[in-house]
Design a protein around this ligand. Structure first.
Ligand code: ATP
Ligand code: MG
Length: 256
């Protein structure tokens, strides 16, 4: 049965998609069958893996509207063991329609259950909001992975996110756990980064991953080539960091 990891933080631009794509890539490289579900209408994970939106007929939009099975929209990537369930900007409209539908909270969970046997890991990239889509993702997940950017206001909104997690846990998904907190865009030369990381550790203690993701230009360049950084430049600091994170995730989820 797949371990389902939701990458979430309602704050924008903190490295959710980058983490989803690169964690997925390295899990697959470690021979785990991995599915990345792009669950953000922005579709950054879809394009970051080189999928062209005009080539996509059905996506997570149709899955959420009950017009397609998840299995039928999954695409292979050029990487062994790594598949992706793409999305389109219309996922935002689908979310509006979803509010009026039956089982509006559990639609993603039901879809994931139908393919969970086929994967070791399913990673969900969620949008920068605490919306119905995010709630669907939290209800479908075994674990949350919370990236925080080591900048001022890093912990802004985090209390609200943890409240949502507690609510989801109580009402719908008792197995939900915080897998870990990941410091992203870390620059050990700046005292701000160092201070913010210390603050994050004070708040989350041993939930913080030992690995930090450095600010690294190769990480930022890779999506424009439609590839994960591990494929774009495997010797870069960013690639090495995501590889180390992957090992920690494997340990924390009991797969290694
Ligand atoms: P959104 O909330 O909009 O979905 P996000 O949380 O998914 O954003 P990303 O898209 O992963 O964040 O990252 C935001 C921007 O920062 C992107 O341009 C990305 O390429 C860049 N970025 C992410 N991580 C790093 C890093 N370690 N070093 C340099 N740039 C990075
Ligand atoms: Mg994103």
């Amino acid at each position: 049965m797949a371990k389902v990891i939701c990458i979430t933080n309602q704050k924008g631009g903190v490295g959710k998609t980058t983490t989803a794509v690169n964690l997925g890539y390295f899990l697959a490289k470690d021979k785990f069958k991995t599915l990345l579900i792009d669950f953000d209408p922005q579709g950054n994970a879809t394009s970051g893996l080189g999928l062209e939106k005009q080539d996509l007929k059905q996506t997570m939009v149709e899955v959420m509207l009950g017009e397609a099975e998840l299995e039928s929209i999954i695409q292979v990537t050029k990487y062994k063991n790594f598949a992706v369930a793409p999305t389109m900007p219309q996922l935002a409209d689908a979310e509006v329609q979803l509010t009026k539908m039956d089982n509006k909270f559990t639609r993603l969970r039901t879809a994931i259950e139908s393919v969970a046997q086929q994967y070791d890991y399913i990673i969900i990239d969620s949008p920068p909001s605490l919306s119905l889509l995010t709630v669907n993702a939290m209800i479908a997940a075994d674990y949350l992975l919370l990236p925080v950017q080591t900048e001022f206001y890093a912990l802004e909104g985090v209390a609200q996110l943890l409240d949502s997690m507690t609510l989801v846990k109580k009402a719908m998904n008792p197995k939900l756990k915080l897998l870990g907190v990941l410091a992203t865009m870390y620059d050990k030369r700046t005292s701000l980064s160092v201070q913010v990381l210390a603050e994050v550790k004070k708040y989350f203690k041993d939930k913080v991953f030992e690995t930090t993701i450095p600010r690294n230009v190769r990480v930022a360049e890779a999506p424009s080539h439609g590839v994960p950084v591990g494929s774009y430049d495997k010797f870069s600091k960013g690639a090495k960091a995501y590889k180390n994170l992957t090992r920690e995730v494997e340990r924390r989820t009991g797969k290694k």
